[in-house]
Design a protein around this ligand. Structure first.
Ligand code: ASP
Length: 470
């Protein structure tokens, strides 16, 4: 089947040959006996002319069309189309799937369409040229990262989706266990602990395109799941990780067609950034840079390790017992000069973490740190957050154990890939970069979850649904 199929983009080189195309009716115009079809496949559009046939076809129907490729007369060459010098004179065709009237049209960019409708019919929405380009860019960007990562000898490893609370500062999604009624898994907010355990395992350089699931309050531009490029390295300090990451970022971004404003990336002290920009994410582009689609990366370092709990933040309230909580990541190590204060639980508000954030065009696109690989340092972090010995054992006992069984010093980072692709594509919303994102009310595209489950399913899980007034 595939062998006898020719792709639209190949047609200008095939004048005089009989070929078979397979794809969609992008547009149809009837002119008396002649029917003109703009035929589309994933490589482009080509005009087909049919005499006394094909007029029953509807837009977006799937067809197999056989015909002879002809050069267009000089006057009729369409300079706006890569295949504009040729057309297909149809001899035969087969309808593979006839399309009814479409709920949305796919010829425009879709930006004015209602979000609910776009996501309800996402498979149509993704047929738009703009969306197809973004999907392809995303795939090429992944490809570019893989080759940059391979150059640095990183190993791709997958980590579990059904796991335990991972403490990334959000609420967990929980999954009931059928075998152990009354017990629950948590979906990972990130692979943080597993990637550190891979360092204990001697992997030394790990990466993963990881799905992360966080039950956070929804905003227009945020769903419950997102994709991180997650990685971790052994035997490194802060500057080593930043250097390797910066080099790989430049390679991957430039290979995917991105333009970078300043190399090497400027580095800002957290306090300095706050003073200069009023925030720890900022936009270094000029108006001209903005017009040219330039990406302005910068690092931010020297963040405080702890902050007072924000009482309005449910996850912060839950994660802390003392009123202190971590600003970024409880698994981080303090900066070397601050370890003594940390271990002595002294000057808590002045302890700095080894965290580094990468910002780009006003967004945080990545963040990571050198980790606490000595058990007493991690234990102290949880003590500062007010955890008792039993609570520490229950939440990170497995990490403390691994840290007593030969764990190298290590550090890593995670990049928000949806956001990076958004910036590369010059889009304003990460939803444009995700094939099937959620609606802003948290419903899944096309499949419309969350949904009720049957009584039998609940019974198997030993669960009963009772509405509790909040
Ligand atoms: N796990 C962290 C996060 O998801 C990133 C890291 O420190 O590597 O934000």
């Amino acid at each position: 089947m595939i062998n006898r199929r020719t792709l639209a983009q190949a047609t200008p080189q095939l004048v005089g040959q009989t070929i078979t195309l397979m794809g969609w009716v992008h547009n149809k115009r009837d002119h008396g006996k002649l029917t003109f079809i703009d035929f589309r496949d994933h490589t482009g559009i080509i005009q087909c002319i049919a005499q006394g046939m094909m007029s029953e076809l509807t837009n977006e129907s799937v067809v197999e069309v056989t015909g002879v490729v002809q050069a267009r007369p000089e006057k009729l060459v369409n300079p706006n189309l890569p295949t504009g010098s040729v057309e297909l004179s149809v001899t035969e065709y087969k309808v593979l799937n006839l399309a009814k009237d479409l709920p949305i049209q796919v010829k425009d960019d879709g930006l004015n369409e209602d979000e609910q409708v776009r996501l309800r019919y996402r498979y149509l929405d993704l047929r738009r040229e703009r969306m197809r380009k973004i999907l392809r860019l995303r795939s090429e960007f992944y490809e570019a990262w893989r080759s940059a990562l391979a150059e640095y000898d990183f190993v791709e490893v997958e980590t579990p989706m059904l796991t335990k609370s991972t403490k990334e500062g959000a609420r967990d999604f929980i999954v009931p266990s059928r075998f152990q009624p009354g017990k629950f898994y948590a979906l990972p907010q990130s692979p943080q602990q597993y990637k550190q355990l891979l360092m204990t395992a001697g992997v030394e350089r790990y990466f993963q395109f990881a799905r992360c699931i966080r039950d956070e309050d929804l905003r227009a531009d945020r769903g419950f799941e997102f994709t991180q490029l997650d990685l971790e390295m052994s035997f490194v300090d802060r500057e080593d990780v930043m250097k390797v990451l910066e080099d790989m970022t430049i390679k991957a971004v430039e290979q995917a067609g991105g333009k970078i404003k300043t190399k090497p990336f400027p580095v800002y002290d957290y306090q300095e950034a706050i003073k200069q920009f009023g925030a720890d994410k900022f936009d270094l582009r000029t108006e001209e840079d903005k017009q040219n689609g330039v990406l302005a990366f910068a690092w931010v370092i020297n963040f405080p390790f702890f902050k007072k709990v924000d009482k309005k933040d449910a996850a912060e309230v839950r994660d802390s017992q003392s009123g202190w909580t971590f600003t970024h990541n409880p698994f981080s190590a303090p900066l070397p000069d601050h370890i003594d204060d940390h271990l002595a639980k002294r000057n808590i508000d002045r302890i700095l973490t080894s965290q580094y954030d990468l910002v780009c065009n006003g967004f945080e696109v990545g963040g990571g740190s050198i980790r606490a690989h000595q058990p007493e340092v991690l234990r102290t972090t949880f003590e500062i957050m007010g955890y008792s010995n039993e609570q520490i054992e229950a939440s990170v006992g497995h990490m403390l154990e691994a840290f007593e069984l030969g764990t190298p010093p290590h550090g890593g980072i995670a990049y928000g890939l949806d956001r990076l692709v958004m910036l590369l594509a010059g889009e304003d919303s990460i939803k444009e970069t995700i094939a099937f994102p959620m609606t802003s009310t948290g419903r899944t595209a096309v499949m419309d979850a969350p949904a009720e489950v049957s009584e039998e399913q609940l019974k198997e899980l030993g669960l009963k649904v009772e509405q509790i007034k909040k």
